[in-house]
Write a protein that binds this ligand. Sequence first.
Ligand code: ARG
Length: 459
Amino acid sequence: QKSEAWSALFSEPMSDLVKRYTASVFFDKRLWQADIAGSLAHAAMLAKQGVISATDLADIRRGMEQIRNEIASGAFEWKLDLEDVHLNIEARLTQLVGDAGKRLHTGRSRNDQVATDVRLWLRGEIDLIADLLVGLQKALVGIAEKNVDVVLPGFTHLQVAQPVSFGHHMLAYVEMFARDHERMLDVRRRVNRLPLGAAALAGTTYPLDRESVARELGMEGVCQNSLDAVSDRDFAIEFAAAASLVMVHVSRFSEELILWMSQNFGFIRIADRFTTGSSIMPQKKNPDVPELARGKTGRVVGHLMGLITLMKGQPLAYNKDNQEDKEPLFDTVDTLKDTLRIFAEMIDGITVQPQAMEQAALKGYATATDLADYLVKKGLPFRDAHETVAHAVKAALSHNCDLSELPLAVLQQFHPAIGKDVYDALSLRGSLNARNTLGGTAPAQVRAQIARHKQRLAG
Ligand code: ARG
């Protein structure tokens, strides 16, 4: 093969530096299963179409079986000289079965081959990621279910806003990961199309049956334009975008966990096995796992930028630039899978501290809106009620107490319509129960959502 020079056309061999620079085998070897599957489907079709003989097909199958075993057992010798996963496998096949191996590449180019391999591999990874997204949602629904009645201060601008159920807060993330799951499955449809048969760029002179190869490989159809088939990496970019959004959601969640864990909040503890100590400060337990997830989000978003930039100046059709799609894609998949796994485990190890959350909600006048709503129900226009409550909050601030701790006589100074029943409205639980609209934080609503999610995620 090309250990010295590519072919008779070349007058000198590559330098070691150029070999290393142009080779991809040490990362693209992870495509080996897809490469063999694609080759077997291609060979079967070539035989069916009479392009190669049944004996050739049998030889190719036998050789590939052996190669599979060699790679799986670690016995396969990957050679930098053979540039990439495709040439390594094909060269070994020819070593094992002779001419049949040399016939495999009939009507095919590495251009349509690599695009096929990446798509097949990515399809499998998307299925794993989709399962992990389901697992993460289940963990979140689990912790939500245990904490429907735990009251957390809800924030806007990171200022205490209104009380919310801790379960409700967890379900907000379930919504995000449910959309991520949907997005992954949507991307999968466009990943799962067959470039093979486009050959180098223009199609091929052999009577290929591309549709049958697509069916054999479980793909949803063939890429309809040969130029686009070999040069399209939209599917990789879409995946990286969907992955980036997953990481953005993980990162937002991480940020909250980190805050909640800090002594100044004290809302949760996470199990020690997800934290680390400090080499100098003996008292420390640091939330390394969520911090790293937040950090790794930058890396995944960076891969999206890398891929999108990789494509922007490429003329049709295939260019070697495209070899650069692999490392970002592989690292995105690895980072995403580890992160989703570790989060599902970590959520099971969260202990909530209901008193700290309630104390924090009481400190920030979280029920001020409820007092305004109470006055509206007594006939005040909302804007007037809003202003009245601002005065009441000012008074409570100067007494350094919660609204619910102001005596009735004091409250009545702000408006005579205020009666004893105001204290129901001013309690955290009263406030929660009152928000009983669809999607609201009332425990009844949260329980209904949990039931919906459980049904959706079952099976
Ligand atoms: N290793 C190459 C890649 O990843 C395979 C395709 C090479 N094609 C070519 N014409 N050099 O893109």
